[in-house]
Design a protein around this ligand. Structure first.
Ligand code: UTP
Length: 319
């Protein structure tokens, strides 16, 4: 079988040309990112009692659940299949992405076409979602490992569903565009104030790839104040090679006694390239109360009608 551009009578190539040919071929051969994992098995303890019966991912930002924003971001990046890693009390997430026959029938009989269209638009195609249970919330790394059989031997995306990213171009799409050029593993990062780095996972940068992307040489979880290698925090969006599953299968526990994704990424860094991308956009950590509330205000102010109603009310509260 011949490879793209290969002919039987091709002249012998000098070493450097062979090497650059191999590089070109490698870049042509990056397997596409078709699948994404959304780990939604966490307990959401910071939002108790709200999250006693309702999953954190189903709390609403303006008029849609947090997880809907993340699924929309993945679909806008060309993701074809979404794997939800769920736990007990999370069945409502599967219901949200399914048909609601009674509701849709009632909307139809009442000629609520706009509402019907909206429901149609947000629903992933039949067969394009999978749900697997983590069973025990042993940590983010363990949740991702639970998706191994559904993902199989191909690179994939991970989107933490409690982080939503407001941007003109889907954050994951920006990452996929970079991946298409350079392959490997890619992590979205965002600048934080220097005095806040101790709260986040922070990357150490190597060679620059372009104005927004660089190689990553190290990652540090919550560095002690004044010791962070940069002010770039890991934002909850990853493109990973499937080899990470072998490392996760060791089930080694790290910070907080949990199986951490960061530990396996660090181990993978010994043999594979990692790059960071400072995406265009802004993230909101909806896993924290302040982040969740400010996300609601930011997204509400994007809607002109709602902003008109909301702004005077906000001024009232602040005065
Ligand atoms: P968090 O630690 O922020 O979520 O994990 P949590 O545990 O639900 O929140 P709190 O701290 O108790 O309030 C980040 C993401 O990883 C998922 C969570 O659902 C969340 O989306 N996760 C975490 C799992 O799926 N399984 C786990 O064992 C841990």
């Amino acid at each position: 079988m011949s490879v793209v551009g290969e002919t039987d009578d091709a002249p012998a190539l000098p070493g450097s040309a062979i090497a650059s040919g191999i590089n070109d071929l490698e870049s042509l051969m990056h397997k596409p990112i078709r699948k994404a994992v959304l780990p939604v098995a966490g307990l959401g303890t910071r939002f108790l009692p709200a999250t006693k019966a309702v999953p954190k991912e189903m709390l609403t930002i303006v008029d849609r659940p947090i997880v809907q924003y993340v699924v929309d971001e993945a679909r806008a990046a060309g993701i074809e299949h979404i794997v939800f890693v769920t736990g007990r009390n999370k069945t409502v997430i599967a219901d949200h992405f399914d048909r609601a026959y009674e509701l849709e029938d009632t909307l139809k009989s009442r000629h609520k076409d706009e509402a019907l269209e909206l429901l149609d638009k947000i629903r992933p195609a039949a067969g394009s979602t999978s749900f697997t249970r983590q069973q025990d919330p042993l940590g983010l790394g363990h949740a991702i490992w639970c998706a191994r059989d559904i993902i199989g031997p191909e690179p994939f995306a991970v989107l933490l569903p409690d982080v939503i990213i407001k941007s003109d171009v889907s954050c994951l799409k920006q990452m996929v565009d970079l991946y298409d050029q350079i392959g490997g593993n890619i992590i979205a990062v965002e600048e934080v104030p220097e005095d806040q780095t101790h709260k986040y996972g922070i990357v150490e940068l190597g060679a620059e790839i372009n104005a927004r992307a660089s190689r990553i040489t190290n990652m540090v979880e919550k560095p002690a104040p004044g010791t962070a290698p940069s002010n770039l925090m890991i934002t909850g969006r990853y493109i990973l090679q499937p080899d990470v599953f072998d490392l996760l299968s060791r089930h080694e526990t790290g910070a907080g006694g949990e199986i951490q994704l960061t530990d396996s990424m660090l181990a993978l860094m010994a043999s594979q390239s990692f790059a960071s991308i400072r995406f265009e956009g802004k993230s909101y950590d909806c896993g924290s109360k302040a982040g969740f509330l400010i996300a609601n205000i930011a997204y509400a102010l994007d809607d002109q009608d709602l902003a008109g109603e909301l702004l005077p009310l906000l001024h009232d509260v602040l005065d």
